[in-house]
Design a protein around this ligand. Structure first.
Ligand SMILES: *[C@@H]1O[C@H](CO)[C@@H](O)[C@H](O)[C@H]1NC(C)=O
Ligand SMILES: *[C@@H]1O[C@H](CO)[C@@H](O)[C@H](O)[C@H]1NC(C)=O
Ligand SMILES: *[C@@H]1O[C@H](CO)[C@@H](O)[C@H](O)[C@H]1NC(C)=O
Ligand SMILES: *[C@@H]1O[C@H](CO)[C@@H](O)[C@H](O)[C@H]1NC(C)=O
Length: 370
């Protein structure tokens, strides 16, 4: 608690002195063959990245685990293949190293196969000992048209966006029970648009649910922390064309991927938009932040490679890229606290086998925190 408070204070101090943004060049962490449509990206506790493939021509929904600190290699990054699907859509952390994952069957040209959506719980804690994650099916969402982003409310409940259905569905992790909890006009797809995708990316940062609608923009609604139901009107934060997945800081600052424009934008609580990455990032579908000391100001993004100019196929294979922002944001205070706490309080040698202690801050910065 003491450490957490110190870090939160540090975060406030740094944030208040932050000024202009300096962008670093884009770094390719891993590129897949063309075509590979990466749909989403999340950071795990020790800094590795999970990304999933949409609309694969082979069987199975492929989930990949990529280490951004490792030297470039051609080793396979495939972590798990979900059955009865060809796409991994939303991925979001429920509990330490336990993720809710949405899969389905989707064709990038013709859209989703209705009734193909499934929700899973993927547990990475077994990975070190057994070499494979533990996976459990939570529910088949037969009535959903096409799932997309997932926002976790708490370890037992999460919300899933139904992009073509124009609704948000709450799912009980234990029982698999689910129900539509949002059915607002701001979630609806525009059926006259080329790609009728409504509600798309989502994040929950209490007390608000943030979401994009691919046709009309970025929104926020206050929700009940247990049921996820709206407790305030739906607020439009920005009118934006083709926003996709978002990352949201505790203070409500949003980072938004815009695939067709090939940019990542920051959106302040006042709705002010700033482009924070715009070089060679065509087809950027999602953005996430580093969670370790080593990559505390690094953004990671997934791409589908951008559409080819002739309209058929893609410019390149989807990739995972990184860029830095020279403005402290320290998005991951809880994780630092956990890593530092583990290192300081346990001297019995029974430390988590997967924990990479090189992610700890240098001892000088540790001292500064006390
Ligand atoms: C998607 O649909 C098109 C048109 O029906 C088809 O040619 C293509 O093979 C499909 N792609 C996949 C990955 O199934
Ligand atoms: C990966 O494979 C490509 C193509 O075969 C090759 O050019 C490259 O050197 C390889 N990279 C590494 C790190 O092995
Ligand atoms: C829906 O999309 C069509 C075609 O792009 C556009 O003309 C129309 O204004 C859109 N409707 C709304 C409500 O945004
Ligand atoms: C990080 O966690 C992943 C997933 O649990 C694991 O596969 C990987 O080995 C870990 N990396 C390190 C450096 O411990």
């Amino acid at each position: 608690m003491h450490l957490l408070n110190s870090l939160t204070l540090l975060q406030v101090l740094l944030a208040s002195t932050a000024t202009a943004i300096t962008l670093s060049p884009l770094r390719t962490i891993h590129q897949f063959p063309n075509p590979t449509f990466l749909e989403n990206i999340v950071t795990t506790r020790n800094g590795t990245l999970l990304t999933g493939i949409l609309g694969s021509s082979s069987n199975g929904g492929a989930l990949h685990l990529i280490d951004p600190f490792a030297a470039p290699s051609n080793a396979s990054t495939l972590l798990y293949t979900f059955p009865d699907a060809n796409s991994v859509l939303g991925i979001s952390e429920l509990e330490p190293d336990i993720y809710a994952v949405a899969t389905g069957t989707y064709n990038v040209s013709t859209g989703p196969t209705q009734g193909s959506s499934t929700i899973w719980v993927l547990d990475l804690n077994s990975l070190c000992a057994e070499g494979t994650p533990t996976v459990r099916k939570v529910a088949d969402l037969k009535n959903a048209l096409s799932l997309n982003g997932i926002a976790v409310l708490n370890k037992d409940t999460f919300l899933a966006a139904d992009s073509f259905g124009g609704t948000i569905i709450s799912v009980d992790v234990q029982s698999g029970a689910y129900e539509v909890v949002h059915n607002d006009v701001t979630l609806a797809p525009n059926m006259s648009a080329a790609l009728p995708i409504g509600v798309d990316g989502m994040k929950y940062v209490a007390p608000n649910l943030y979401y994009t609608n691919t046709q009309i923009g970025l929104f926020r609604v206050r929700v009940d922390p247990t049921t996820g139901a709206a407790t305030s009107p739906y607020v439009k934060l920005a009118s934006v064309e083709s926003p996709d997945e978002i990352a949201v800081l505790e203070d409500g600052t949003i980072f938004m991927a815009r695939p067709l424009e090939g940019v990542v934008e920051r959106v302040g609580q006042d709705g002010k938009r700033t482009v924070i990455a715009n070089k060679d990032i065509e087809g950027v579908t999602a953005v996430t932040l580093g969670r370790t000391w080593r990559d505390r100001n690094v953004f990671y993004a997934s791409t589908f490679g951008g559409f080819a100019e002739d309209g058929a196929g893609f410019r390149e294979g989807g990739k995972v890229v990184a860029f830095e922002i020279r403005e402290p944001i320290l998005a991951t205070v809880n994780v630092y606290e956990e890593c530092i706490g583990t290192a300081l309080s346990r001297d019995d040698g029974l430390l988590l086998p997967c924990l990479d202690f090189s992610i700890l801050p240098p001892s000088s910065s540790l001292e500064n925190l006390h």
